[in-house]
Ligand binder design. Structure first.
Ligand code: NAD
Length: 488
């Protein structure tokens, strides 16, 4: 059920309190589907970031959090998951209003995944341990060597606007489970659910300073967080361009980073694929969240014998899509996030046409209010700009191939390496393709969001390091080696 919009407090959340920016600065956010003003948020400065980092450092070193058992941290995370579930409708309403995506996508998929992520990592909170080693004596003395798994300290979490609540949970849950404290800088275009979750963090009973949120621009608040000397790690999800910049700053400072970046992921449709089953999912992988998905399968590699059928099938689905008000029950696609994103997507459509791609369907703006675009399908080749650059809009390009070797070559012929989808009924092809695809994950005969138990990572320009799963949990820890030599 859709509820009335319930805005969270619109100031920074620092040390358990809501605070205006030190210089009083604010910025406005709009509902992209209507263009109507939605909220006025605090524009964080380096001073606000410094206050948040100091609060997080203090909570890490001295507050009750530093003494809390893993079981108690897990209990708090579990309570937070319960509160997210209780307020599922409020959160889905906020996200649909802030991002412009269909309410049903947030309500059915995103918000439940947020709760699942907090619960999954709640279960790990008292189970992260070091290792013991049976080594020979050291300099003739008995030796006992073991490792301690310890939290890093203060984690800076920087999130994008496309799935702001889910990605917040991906960063908060593992970092908190192992005992870190966190300062979040959410995307300036979609901060509302992060602020709402900060309010739930307070209600759940997390001690002040354990979770802090500073809203504002990437150039000011984000940059200050990345450069702050008291931040031990930056966990960033966003564009490859900003990821490269953060990696360079972190490199100078020798700060730990996890970077989850852009993608240009292939969907490979072999000649034996069951198209009836595949087509709706192929379309979802391109058009879900208006194509503003890092894992979007926007390069649709199709065996030449099936190109006509896939183009027709996707055109039928695209033309029957209901693009409009995110809160209408029948809506399947909402609005792009901003006018800049609309210009970007339409610019890529023009570029595709100019470079000779064949437009199968779509390509135009719908209406003049909001930023709605027709779901769009091209047929072309892998050298087109629309096949090489991340569009982050509902635009897919069908690219024909003749055999498996060519399909694999095309799939890997990209600077990115986030994910891939393979459509086939042939188990030997599955083994061959999944080994050779240069991506962090592969879906076979399906596509969907990551599960918190599974590691999520990108190769090449799609990122560095893991998020989620055991690997993502341990990426929030240091493993310290202890050598104890007996002198008795
Ligand atoms: P973006 O890089 O523009 O912004 C992401 C975040 O970084 C925002 O909070 C922004 O304010 C902040 N930022 C910008 N400049 C900064 C700076 N100099 N220092 C510190 N922070 C700064 O990305 P976006 O447009 O919000 O998100 C879309 C991108 O995110 C796409 O490329 C998409 O593929 C990627 N993404 C990746 C994943 C993944 O898991 N790999 C998931 C979702 C989105």
């Amino acid at each position: 059920m859709i509820t009335e919009l319930q805005l969270p407090p619109t100031q920074h959340y620092i040390e358990g309190a809501w605070r205006a920016s030190a210089d009083g600065g604010v910025f406005d956010v709009e509902n992209p589907a209507t263009g109507a003003p939605l909220a006025t948020l605090s524009a964080g400065t380096a001073t606000d970031v410094d206050a948040a980092v100091r609060a997080a450092r203090d909570a890490f070193e001295r507050g009750p959090w530093s003494q809390m058992s893993g079981a108690d941290r897990g209990r708090l995370l579990w309570r937070l998951a319960d509160l997210v579930e209780r307020d599922r409708e409020i959160l889905a309403t906020l996200e649909a209003s802030d991002v412009g995506r269909p309410y049903v996508e947030s309500f059915m998929f995103e918000i439940p995944l947020v709760a699942d992520t907090f619960r999954h990592f709640a279960g790990w909170a008292d189970k992260v341990t070091g290792t013991t080693f049976g080594l020979p004596p050291f300099a003739g003395q008995e030796r006992f060597s073991y490792t301690l798994r310890q939290p890093l300290g203060v984690v800076g979490a920087i999130t994008p606007w496309n799935a702001p609540t889910m990605i917040l949970a991906w960063k908060l849950a593992p970092a908190l489970a192992v005992g870190n404290t966190v300062v979040v800088k959410p995307a300036e275009l979609a901060s509302l659910t992060t602020l709402y979750i900060a309010a739930l963090v307070a209600e759940a009973g997390f001690p002040p300073g354990v979770v802090n949120v500073v809203t504002g621009s990437g150039q000011v608040a984000g940059e200050a967080l990345v450069r702050h000397a008291e931040v031990d790690k930056i966990s960033f999800t966003g564009s490859t361009a900003v990821g490269r910049h953060i990696a360079a700053v972190a490199g100078e400072q020798l700060k730990k980073v996890t970077l989850e970046l852009g993608g240009k992921s292939p969907q490979i449709i072999r000649g034996d694929a069951d198209l009836n089953a595949a087509l709706p999912v192929i379309a979802t992988a391109v058009f879900a969240n208006q194509g503003q998905t890092c894992a979007s399968g926007s390069r649709i590699l199709v065996h030449r014998s099936r190109v006509g059928a896939v183009a027709q099938g996707l055109a039928d689905i695209a033309q029957s899509a209901v693009v409009g008000d995110p809160f209408d029950e029948g809506t399947t696609m909402g609005s792009l996030i901003s006018s800049a994103q609309l210009d970007r997507v339409l610019g890529y459509v023009e570029r595709g046409l100019a470079e000779g791609a064949h437009l199968v369907t779509g390509g135009r703006r719908i209406g003049t209010t909001g930023y709605f675009v027709e779901p769009t399908v091209f047929v072309g080749d892998n050298d087109l700009t629309i096949a090489r650059e991340e569009i982050f809009g509902p635009v897919g390009t069908i690219i024909p191939f003749d055999d498996d070797e060519e399909a694999l070559r095309l799939a890997n012929d990209t600077e990115y390496g986030l994910t891939a989808v393979l459509w086939t009924g042939d188990a030997s092809a599955v083994t061959r393709f999944t080994r050779q695809l240069k991506t962090g994950s592969v879906w076979v005969n399906a596509w969907g969001p990551p599960h918190p138990a599974l590691p999520w990572s990108g190769q090449r320009a799609s990122g560095i390091g893991e998020e989620l799963g055991m690997a993502g949990l341990l990426a929030n820890t240091i493993e310290k080696t202890v050598n104890l030599v007996s002198r008795g």
